[in-house]
Write a protein that binds this ligand. Structure first.
Ligand SMILES: Cc1ncc(COP(=O)(O)O)c(C=O)c1O
Length: 359
């Protein structure tokens, strides 16, 4: 057995994997797997519709919003969003809090005019911007933020006030980790492979009015309206990934819903942050306390060699996936919804013990 702290693809609830395994050879008496079934079948349509409906319920949105299951990862959204919603002679504002928001800005910049309305880069991306350091355009096409920066371990705990400007958020690494009123967002998107299911599907939740505002001059496959009109069945969808998302959404319900998960996620993260803060400087947390991520906890040891020794010892003890992103190094513990409190307590104990043996 291992404790899986991978950043994504990442740990899935064992109950979800077990149900998928049990249904793999014979889905609901059809004599075949979801993997082998037409996406136009009644069975898959039910999976697709149920997953969409559950997501809308969790996010508190009504029929003025559309849930889409797309492919191409969150990275394709970096391009699709400006293609659909950034017309000539308008600008898109970006709040930069780490590598993913930088990438989103760079990609949108190939399509139209973009500007950084705030950036915490100068401080090494250790916080989200405070209200005083956000300078929004008067009438941007939209404002884009990254709710949780997976690489730097920085997360919004309060949403910035953008007035009536359309707000778009990349929620790849913290969607459904806490209650969310999605009505304040024009569009949110998330690669599924962290909190929602496996890789291969991207969830988009968008206001229908926004979707309908896009020009018809862009290729059909890249237009949200195409997928909305077809109920995410325009072309062959990532059907097995959507099925696993559906099982994961049911698991969230069984686990007590978003309030219960948020409480558990707070307690999980506190165990690791306490191990960092109680180490007398042996571990140095990257994010400043007020912007600490509850999903991706990033920290360093005194030297890259010490980090290598720590990671090797952790791996040997069954704590896997703890290496920081290759672009920044260090250590990163990803504590998505499926990671248990016990797993976090075990890692915290290991970290405490490691300090004792090395100092
Ligand atoms: C916040 C965030 N945005 C975007 C991405 C890119 O996602 P994908 O690999 O699905 O394109 C990631 C991947 O880890 C991420 O964490």
């Amino acid at each position: 057995m291992v404790y899986n702290f991978n950043a994504g693809p990442a740990i899935l609830p064992p109950a979800v994997l077990e149900q998928a395994q049990a249904e793999l050879r014979d889905y609901h008496g059809t004599g075949m797997s979801i993997l082998e079934m037409s996406h136009r079948s009644a069975e898959y349509e039910a999976v697709n519709e149920e997953a969409q409906a559950r997501l809308k319920t969790f996010l508190g949105v009504g029929d003025d919003y559309q849930v889409l299951f797309l492919q191409g990862g969150a990275s394709l959204q970096f391009a699709m969003i400006p293609m659909n919603f950034l017309p000539e002679n308008r600008v898109a504002d970006f709040l930069l809090t780490g590598s993913w928001s930088e990438k989103a800005l760079a990609e949108a910049g190939t399509v139209g005019e973009v500007r950084a309305a705030a950036s915490t880069r100068a401080g090494g991306y250790r916080t989200v911007p405070g209200p005083e350091s956000i300078a929004l355009s008067e009438r941007p096409a939209y404002v884009h933020l990254t709710s949780n920066e997976t690489i730097h371990g920085v997360q919004y705990h309060e949403w910035p006030d953008v007035g009536d400007r359309p707000l778009i958020a990349d929620m790849s690494s913290d969607i459904l980790s806490r209650p969310l009123d999605a009505n304040r967002f024009a569009l949110i998107y998330a690669g599924a492979q962290k909190n929602l299911g496996p890789s291969g599907a991207t969830v988009v939740v968008a206001r229908k009015e926004l979707i309908d505002s896009a020009p018809e001059t862009i290729p059909a496959i890249l237009r949200y309206a195409t997928h909305a009109k077809a109920g995410s069945l325009y072309n062959t969808p990532p059907s097995f990934a959507v099925y696993l998302i559906g099982l994961t959404l049911r698991w969230i319900e069984t686990a007590g819903g978003l309030d219960a998960l948020a409480e558990r996620n707070r307690r999980k993260a506190a165990l690791i942050y306490d191990a960092i803060d109680g180490s007398g400087g042996f571990y140095q947390g990257h994010a400043l306390p007020e912007s600490r991520s509850l999903m991706n906890i990033t920290f360093r040891l005194a030297t890259p060699e010490a980090e290598k020794t720590f990671l090797a010892a952790a791996d040997g003890a069954g704590f896997v996936g703890l290496a920081g992103h290759r672009s920044v190094g260090g250590v990163r513990a990803s504590l998505y919804n499926a990671m248990t409190l016990d797993g976090c307590a075990a890692l915290a104990d290991f970290m405490d013990e490691f300090v004792r043996t090395k100092s």
